[in-house]
Design a protein around this ligand. Structure first.
Ligand SMILES: Nc1ncnc2c1ncn2[C@@H]1O[C@H](COP(=O)(O)OP(=O)(O)OP(=O)(O)O)[C@@H](O)[C@H]1O
Length: 197
């Protein structure tokens, strides 16, 4: 940094005197611009952030819908897409509105897109997840068994995700805040992804 400043100073015209630091601001600006040979730019230094795709995954009942619903309320400028699920449709759900209900093979294909940031949502522990699923009252004991054994497999893949967010009991707001922080950090990254939309 210091050497950059030295280079500029040594290149400036010897005939352009710099205003003293005690001069008023416009005069200081004028003399610095004259010495630099061009006016100060008001162009933003940071390039506009590129579109970011965030995918929130996690075991059934962990609170993905709850987190996304809250995010919609607190965050402007986010576009939510209808996502895909490999589970069966529940009463009241509509194809293309709540989800696209797809086969497991198609689901895997969709979620191997590049250019996305993947967040894995987890409960604080397995018991909390089971309690949440039971309280939601959407499952039979048979489907509960499938969901929980699937969740046991899914948590083994946490290392394949970019971020893990804990949605602890009664702490939905904290999970949403963490997701927001991740979005903000991703937007501020220097080497951003190239998202084609
Ligand atoms: N932090 C939390 N504390 C307590 N209950 C929660 C929390 N987050 C979500 N829930 C509740 O847990 C239940 C499951 O949440 P939700 O339906 O959002 O899960 P999901 O991950 O979208 O499930 P699925 O993949 O099966 O659709 C809901 O009844 C929801 O209100």
């Amino acid at each position: 940094m210091a050497s950059d400043i030295k280079t500029i100073v040594s290149k400036r015209s010897p005939y352009v005197p710099l205003a003293p630091i005690t001069a008023d601001k416009p005069e200081i600006f004028r003399s610095l611009e004259a010495a630099l040979g061009s006016p100060f730019s008001t162009e933003p230094i940071s390039p506009p952030p590129k579109p970011l795709i965030i995918v929130i995954s996690g075991p059934s009942g962990v609170g993905k819908d709850a987190v996304i619903k809250k995010l919609r309320g607190v965050r402007e400028g986010i576009h939510f897409v209808v996502t895909a699920t490999s589970r069966a449709m529940r009463p009241g759900e509509v194809e293309g509105i709540d989800y696209y209900f797809v086969s497991k093979e198609h689901y895997i294909e969709i979620y191997t897109w590049e250019f996305c940031r993947f967040i894995f949502l987890v409960a604080e522990n397995e018991t909390a997840l089971v309690e949440r699923l039971v309280e939601r009252k959407t499952e039979t004991t048979e489907t509960l068994l499938v969901r929980i054994s699937t969740a046991r497999q899914e948590v083994k893949h946490v290392k394949d995700f970019d971020y893990v967010v804990v949605n602890a009991e009664g702490k939905l707001d904290n999970a949403v805040k963490l997701v927001e922080s991740i979005i903000d950090a991703e937007k501020a990254k220097v080497n951003q992804r190239n998202v084609r939309i």
